[in-house]
Design a binder for this molecule. Structure first.
Ligand code: ARE
Ligand code: CA
Length: 628
């Protein structure tokens, strides 16, 4: 168990290699423990395995470990590697999935030449906002009672703070609270200065009759209840500006699997003067949708009639051009001035397809690859964040589609089960820390390191129950979750209100209005969020350093892990019990020398390494971040 390798800066000299860069890999073992080691890699160029004999390179400063090195030659092809480790006649194997005695067939480390994910995503913190519910910055644009009727539902204006479940049923999407883009702009000080988050991800903002706006009526117009296109431009400029905090970035929600049924291209209710596909089979947009029987039977998102599915046809089709291909496409327009957004979150991204099919097939992957090229042709540093609920490897690992994905599977679910004893749907599901740790390892192994580092790690979203409710209203569970979120691999993502433990059940109750009495620095959870984000922003080791498990203690519900790079070694200790525990963290694994000091970055307390360990008392549902 002295064995270690990941693609942190101490173990991989080119984590994002070009085709011209060889990659030198470093493997750690106990000193004098092995006789030889090899890198065995699969090269997709020739479909063959290749071997690289490693050589002894150095000892660590504490004299506990040896470092072995080998170099995978440069080329443009994707490769997967594992290590074979020999001690005399005994052989073991090591890859991202762990150590095995027989050769593994999955879980190898990745080398993906030419694949670069945005550095600002690796180093940022996302704040996710459902615009109708964050802050009403302009009462003049509020939707009023009965302003319009859509799908049999008359709009309702509810007072801020009111229940969002009062109109459950077909019409809950017609309930508005007045939040808007001016409101987000007015609260950037809270997001950027108070919390320290620097990436704003907005749920859909384009014109649509519903509060959630996942049924787009016009991609080229900001919904009037949220402001105007000029308001969006001002908001983006203010987020980009470093005047009110760190330079920021903006990700918009790209809902491209389907339009709304009131879109001009479809026009189910004859809201437009032109003829849409629903109105006429000779409409210029008739072929943009898939009708099983015109007009009333057509493909939709999950069969929902208000969300007719776009038919992406073949390469170069009119739909592909309109969404991402042409200079004036939706995707390119907002990436370019005068908007200059920094990325797209792709809604229901696995489903985009031709002929009414539901994706996850070759056509879907082709569309995603074309979409990536379109995005990167405008801004090579723009982010493509896929919405996916399982292993997103098929869309990320080739380096030709998404940069990362919403990490429901590799973050939200395990964190929820470990800390709250509930899954993100709110049902009972509890796992011990050993299972939590192996779940995390397994899901990290699904992705190249630069993807892991840009996975969107959230405690909740607009599609699942609130973390605060799964935690039974216990704010200490939010504290613990924040400790983990801000020290783990991936881009921390705060769904507005989760920073103070906002309550809420399933959609639509997970979209309550933000409570501005709770969202202040005098709130202890908000203050902790600020502190933890500040620490993350200060230590690159917490963002792009290696991750090493140090301790899993199921009986006492304790977890410890290291994050480290050439500059800092950090041991994080977490206590998921409700009572305090003394935690003995084996920091010799991080080459911390006996007699050296560590500082808890949260409490400021100092400790001395002794017998290879640091012993620290951690409160129930709290943590310590021990750095040197
Ligand atoms: C509305 C009502 C709901 C009602 C529903 C059905 O609010 O109460 O149950 O209608 O009639 C948007 C709105 C929703 C709205 C929905 C339909 O935000 O409020 O619901 O439109 O009008 C799957 C998809 C994934 C999708 C989730 C929700 O794969 O793409 O379901 N998420 C995105 C957005 C949503 C959005 C849409 C898609 C549609 O984030 O907010 O909904 O544009 C498993 C599966 C996943 C599945 C997941 C959740 O893990 O693997 O595939 O995700 O469960 O069901
Ligand atoms: Ca408003």
């Amino acid at each position: 168990n002295g064995l270690f390798h990941d693609q942190g800066p101490l173990f991989d000299d080119h984590p994002e290699p070009t085709a011209a860069q060889a990659v030198t890999l470093t493997l750690r073992t106990f000193k004098g423990d092995i006789t030889s080691a090899n890198i065995k890699y699969y090269d997709s160029a020739d479909g063959q395995f290749h071997w690289v004999a490693m050589h002894w390179a150095s000892n660590d400063p504490t004299g506990v470990f040896d470092y072995w090195q080998g170099t995978v030659p440069a080329s443009g092809s994707e490769k997967y590697y594992r290590f074979q480790i020999n001690d005399g006649s005994a052989t073991a194997w090591y890859n991202a999935a762990g150590i095995t005695s027989s050769e593994p067939s999955a879980g190898d480390f990745f080398i993906v030449p030419g694949f670069k994910t945005p550095d600002w995503m690796k180093n940022g913190v996302i704040y996710q906002i459902f615009p109708d519910r964050f802050y009403n910055g302009d009462a003049g644009n509020d939707v009023s009672n009965g302003q319009y009727t859509y799908a049999g539902c008359a709009t309702e204006k509810h007072a801020w703070g009111g229940s969002v479940t009062s109109n459950v049923g077909g019409c809950n999407s017609a309930v508005f609270f007045g939040g808007d883009l001016a409101g987000v702009d007015q609260k950037l000080g809270y997001i950027k200065n108070t919390l320290g988050a620097n990436i704003v991800y907005l749920n859909p903002v384009f014109r649509s009759p519903t509060n959630h706006k996942y049924d787009t009526e016009d991609y080229m117009t900001v919904d009037p209840a949220f402001g105007s296109n000029a308001t969006l431009q001002t908001l983006i400029a203010d987020i980009h500006s470093s005047a009110n905090g760190p330079k920021g970035y903006v990700i918009l929600d790209g809902v491209f699997n389907h339009t709304g049924d009131t879109h001009q291209w479809f026009d189910r209710y004859n809201w437009w003067s032109t003829s849409g596909a629903y109105e006429s089979q000779s409409s210029q947009w008739y072929g943009w949708y898939t009708f099983q029987s015109w007009p009333n039977s057509y493909s939709g998102f999950f069969g929902i009639a208000s969300m007719p599915k776009l038919d992406y046809g073949a390469s170069g089709s009119a739909v592909r051009n309109a969404i991402y291909g042409s200079a004036g496409s939706v995707v390119k327009t907002y990436l370019k001035p005068p908007y200059s957004i920094d990325g797209w979150r792709l809604d229901a991204a696995q489903y985009l397809d031709a002929g009414g099919n539901d994706g996850s097939d070759a056509t879907n992957h082709q569309i995603m690859a074309e979409l990536r090229s379109a995005v990167k042709s405008v801004n090579a540093n723009a982010e493509i964040l896929g919405e996916f609920w399982g292993n997103a490897g098929p869309w990320t690992d080739g380096g030709d589609q998404w940069d990362g994905a919403m990490n429901y599977d590799g973050f939200m679910q395990p964190v929820s089960e470990w800390i709250t004893g509930k899954d993100y749907g709110g049902g009972s599901a509890s796992i011990p820390v050993s299972q939590f740790d192996s779940w995390l390892r397994g899901t990290r192994a699904n992705y190249p390191t630069n993807v892991q580092q840009t996975m969107s790690n959230a405690l909740g979203s607009h599609d699942v129950t609130r973390f605060g409710t799964r935690a039974g209203g216990d704010i200490w569970k939010t504290y613990l979750a924040l400790f983990f979120q801000m020290t783990y691999v991936g881009t921390p993502t705060i769904y507005y209100g989760d920073e103070y433990g906002m309550q809420g059940g399933a959609d639509p109750d997970n979209r309550r209005t933000f409570d501005w009495n709770a969202g202040t620095i005098t709130n202890s959870a908000v203050a902790l969020t600020q502190k933890l984000i500040g620490i993350r922003n200060q230590y690159a080791a917490l963002r792009t350093g290696s991750f090493m498990t140090l301790l899993t203690d199921d009986a006492n519900k304790l977890y410890a892990y290291g994050r480290f790079d050439a500059s800092h070694r950090i041991a994080v200790a977490l206590n998921n019990d409700s009572v305090s525990h003394s935690v003995t963290v084996p920091v010799w694994q991080l080459s911390m020398a006996n007699g050296s000091g560590v500082t808890d970055l949260v409490s400021g307390s100092h400790y001395t390494v002794s017998g290879g360990s640091v012993t620290v008392t951690v409160n129930g549902h709290y943590g310590a971040i021990l750095a040197q």
